[in-house]
Ligand binder design. Structure first.
Ligand SMILES: Nc1ncnc2c1ncn2[C@@H]1O[C@H](COP(=O)(O)OP(=O)(O)OP(=O)(O)O)[C@@H](O)[C@H]1O
Length: 275
């Protein structure tokens, strides 16, 4: 696998992308999300700095996937604001006032965000190469040749160069998920959202996908926000772990702190059930 990826780090360990300088990339301010009478996120505040890998952990139903879906604008918050790259995702400024964001504004901010889902969601009627080039060509307006060159680099990164001419159904679940990762990176997002990306895989295919993500985490400067039940993976790649319970962050810190010296009783209970 090649180390050439989203924004490769240079030899001095500095990032090659001037946009990635540790500044705040994601900001949730007092975000509340309800489904009927169920308050899933309760005035949630958190930030993610650019270039960091942050993992969300917590019991089932604690609101982790809801956070990713809000960032993808698949859901809207009932209260509060979300910013990505300094721009409001949920709102836009018009005439000095903050108003609900329009479709055009949302599309622009969303270009900075890529997501890999539990179910790979590839286009079944397109071969692997075209699955990866489709959005760069049609959404970003990239030249087809340049998009294909980039797709080949990404297929090398995810170890699938020899499969570019196959349809998704001709690949294993693990291979399909690696195509989905390449497809998300092809849009050169600043942040990659990973939602339980190995949950739908047969156990023997999980390690291959996690190895690819480890490689991406360690060789690129992309920001990652990850929901996973794979605690060893979370420990390996995370700069920060956020422990959720009942729609709030109850504890956060380095993986060493959270996994070895959790302060909160709920964190200890959760970890003893999953580790
Ligand atoms: N579209 C929806 N309509 C109604 N309720 C929803 C919807 N989406 C999520 N919920 C509810 O919101 C709560 C949080 O769901 P979410 O998927 O964010 O939790 P999670 O922490 O990711 O859980 P898991 O680890 O099981 O995936 C759950 O109680 C869920 O049933």
């Amino acid at each position: 696998m090649s180390a050439d990826s989203n924004h490769p780090k240079d030899h001095a360990g500095e990032t090659a992308n001037p946009a990635v300088d540790g500044t705040e990339l994601i900001r949730f301010d007092h975000v509340t999300k309800r489904f009927g009478t169920n308050t899933v996120l309760d005035s949630l505040d958190f930030t993610v700095s650019s270039g960091k890998h942050v993992t969300l952990i917590g019991p089932s139903g604690s609101g982790k996937t809801t956070i990713l879906r809000l960032l993808m604008t698949l859901l809207k918050p009932d209260e509060g604001t979300i910013k990505v790259g300094g721009e409001y995702l949920t709102h836009e400024e018009k005439g000095g006032k903050l108003v609900p964001a329009g479709e055009k504004h949302i599309r622009e901010v969303r270009k900075n965000i890529g997501m890999v889902f539990q179910q790979f969601n590839l286009f079944p009627n397109m071969k692997v190469l075209r699955n990866i080039t489709e959005a760069p060509v049609h959404v970003l307006g990239m030249e087809k040749d340049a998009a294909e060159e980039r797709a080949r680099e990404l297929l090398d990164l995810v170890g699938l160069t020899e499969h570019l001419d196959k349809y998704p159904t001709q690949l294993s679940g693990g291979q399909q998920q690696r195509v989905a990762i390449a497809r998300a990176l092809a849009m050169r997002p600043q942040v990659l959202l990973l939602d339980e990306v190995t949950s739908a895989l047969d156990p023997e295919l999980v390690a291959g996908v996690l190895d690819v993500l480890r490689d991406i985490a360690h060789t690129t400067d992309i920001t990652m926000l990850c929901v996973t039940h794979e605690m060893n993976f979370a420990r390996d790649i995370s700069d920060d772990v956020l422990m959720f319970d009942a729609g709030r962050v109850i504890e956060s810190g380095s993986p060493e702190k959270i996994f070895t010296e959790p302060e909160h009783e709920r964190t200890r209970e959760f970890l003893s059930a999953v580790l």
